[in-house]
Design a protein around this ligand. Structure first.
Ligand code: SAM
Length: 352
């Protein structure tokens, strides 16, 4: 059977052509999916064992200068109540996260220029010098000048997450009226060059996205070879221009997670909150299809619901400690183990 051969090839060689990926995506059956997921899980185990890394996610501002058509905190959405955590607030979140055992803090926000180079470098230095054990700081703050990326890295930031969103230039330009396809990719190249552990990634089920586009996403990632790959379903938000579109499905997203694991086998792949929002066991299913990271939210409960990239996002009323132990139970329920280390990528560790 041709599809079984293709899956075997992906598993053995960590490689597929664009045509092969498209062929798989267009004719995949439930049995093929099970086969794919079990190969992806085995591949993950080969590199990372049964470990799952946790990152404490701090959503520190929902103010954004960009206007991405899909995003609930886009600049044009006047219905969002905007908030901005002060550096003191962010440090308090880190302290609480550190107490809960997290050794990576992901600082994520809209593109909010209130956080100047000076404020950010000062904050990063304070976080890095604050604790007995070494921690990693990950930034996910969107596009800035190369000099700023450089000075944030010099002040101690370890990693940077910036999804490429889609590898289709036409689709990218349609969805991002205030951003350019080439510029986003150039940012990723710059971040990598500076020395960050870089996370790229994309959404599944975007309006107009084809199997060929998804194949390009995987091939782009294979070429970029980032340390991390975030893949989540597109979930429509009613206060955006895409509010009435259909969203991505759990099945399609899991297939892309598993294929990413086979094609870029040493990468860190989160089981995303968006998957957990589509299905109560979405993140667990991702962990059984090749994902090996979970990013529990440690944003203060008072502002959580305002960071609504999409609607019905899970954990809106939870407190950081609820998420910490809820996640641990979920990971154990699928026979895997929480690892509270820094959780660097295989590639990063191998580089020494
Ligand atoms: N502003 C930073 C950036 O652009 O990298 C970080 C924050 S941004 C809100 C984080 C990610 O949320 C985006 O990369 C995008 O993939 C995802 N996202 C936004 N709206 C979404 C939606 N409606 N459904 C699913 N994911 C969404």
């Amino acid at each position: 059977n041709k599809k079984q051969d293709l899956l075997e090839k992906a598993y053995q060689m960590n490689d597929l052509t664009k045509e092969e990926i498209i062929a798989l995506l267009e004719s995949i059956t439930p049995e093929d999916r099970e086969n794919l997921f079990s190969k992806a899980l085995k591949t993950k185990e080969k590199y990372y064992g049964d470990k799952v890394y946790l990152r404490g996610l701090i959503e520190f501002s929902n103010i954004c200068r960009q206007d991405c058509l899909y995003c609930g905190i886009r600049a044009s959405n006047t219905k969002v109540e905007r908030y901005r955590l002060t550096p003191q607030d962010i440090l308090a979140c880190c302290d609480q996260g550190y107490e809960l055992g997290y050794r990576t803090f992901v600082l994520q926000s809209g593109e909010d220029l209130w956080y100047t180079e000076e404020i950010l470098t000062d904050l990063i230095r304070q976080i890095k010098n604050r604790y007995d054990q070494e921690i990693a700081v990950t930034l996910s703050i969107g596009q800035r000048d190369a000099e700023i990326y450089r000075s944030l890295f010099a002040s101690g930031a370890d990693r940077f997450l910036m999804r490429h969103e889609t590898a289709s230039e036409a689709l990218y330009e349609r969805l991002h009226p205030t951003m350019r396809f080439e510029e986003r990719r150039a940012c990723l190249d710059t971040l990598k060059e500076i020395g960050y552990q870089v996370g790229a990634g994309f959404m599944v089920g975007l309006p107009g996205q084809t199997s060929a586009d998804l194949a390009e996403d995987l091939l782009y990632l294979k070429k970029l070879h980032p340390d991390m790959i975030g893949i989540g379903p597109f979930i429509p938000h009613s206060e955006t221009p895409l509010g009435t579109e259909k969203g991505g499905t759990v099945e399609d997203t899991l297939v892309m997670v598993a294929l990413a694991r086979l094609l870029i086998p040493d990468s860190l792949i989160p089981a995303t909150t968006a998957l957990g929002t589509l299905h109560p066991l979405g993140r667990e299913m991702a962990l059984q299809a090749g994902a090996n990271v979970v990013m529990p939210i440690i944003t203060p409960t008072s502002v959580r619901k305002k960071y609504a990239l999409y609607e019905n996002k899970i954990c809106g009323d939870d407190h950081p400690e609820d998420c910490r132990y809820c996640i641990e139970r979920r990971i154990q329920a699928v026979g895997q183990k929480v690892d509270l280390g820094r959780g660097d990528s295989w590639k990063f560790i191998a580089k020494g």
